[in-house]
Design a protein around this ligand. Sequence first.
Ligand SMILES: Cc1ncc(COP(=O)(O)O)c(C=O)c1O
Length: 386
Amino acid sequence: MNLDALRSDTPGTAHGIHLLAAGSALMARPVITAVKDHLDLEVQIGGYEAHARQRDQLEGVYDSVATLVGGRADEIALVENATVAWCQAFYALPFEPGDRVITCEAEYGANYVAYLQRVRRDGIVVDVAPSTPSGHLDTEALDAMIDDRVKLIATTWIPTNGGLVNPAAEIGRVARAHGVPYLLDACQAAGQMPVDVEELGCDFLSATGRKFLRGPRGTGFLWVRGELISDLEPPMIDHYAADWVATNTYELRPDARRFENWENAYALRAGLGVAVDYALDLGLDTIQERAWGLAARLRAGLSDIDGAQVRDLGDQQCAIVSFTIEGVDPVARVAELRAGGISIGATDPASTRLDAEARDLPMMFRAAPHYYNTEAEVDALLDALT
Ligand SMILES: Cc1ncc(COP(=O)(O)O)c(C=O)c1O
């Protein structure tokens, strides 16, 4: 990686130390240009006209996202965030009372409240697969939990609150072996490591644009396995998702765009496409190696700070680092750091309540370096914390 070139291609690096790619990463210049150019075109010739003129480029975003995840363009729905993507898949699944959904201890709050809604509304049962002593989902235990009533395995690959990497592909093997659909929340994984839906063995995969992919805020996508699409009735449709073919009849689109609707932020979508291509050009393996290496440096440095405790779980740890410092309030300290030009975040126990309760976690610090960060920036954070 040519770090100098990458940093000069990232205007945000000149304005402070940004170590929060798990929140919303710094966009690269070509991404910013794509968004602004599309907006300028809308200003100059009108929104519909800009869309028509840029149609090929905007269609190409589906190809880019498909390449990113190892799927096909007709299996991609472009939506406004990861939660919409995940919900479009989850709420399309027709559960009966007593049907079981199995999830993980690291499950994200947005997903869990959706389970609870369907517990209340549809009478489903949510079961949580236990974790191994190191903290990732125990795939043997998952395997043993499966019976005829299990209608979905839905897990978070990388949780919002730390460096844990769940064994997503092994979970996929269990799902395949039992013929159970598998919905994978890849929100925190996309853009920091390779993603391959065939290797993962999942049926649905959701992700956001603004985190490690370095896309604009307000972008996300869903991948749906092609064979399943025609059987899925999206929870919300419009006359883009389905043709109104006769007064009392509609026909859903054959592709994954049945999970989209008609109006979209095309400038942001253009930016997402460029962000995905940018990551693909750099190589996800290369990105992973550098970002994870910087996170490892941060964890090592934290272990030398009095009272600091790294809280990341699992055998394998990614570019998200969660930690506490005895007697220090993360929310107040994060605000002070930000005022001093260093951006990290705080993570609330309520966003991963199962894990937080099991480990009695307080509010924690969350830092997430990306490949464009330098070792010196990580060390500056460590100095500030010390
Ligand atoms: C694990 C996980 N899943 C899903 C989401 C939701 O993503 P979005 O805010 O794009 O809907 C987040 C956001 O932090 C997350 O950490």
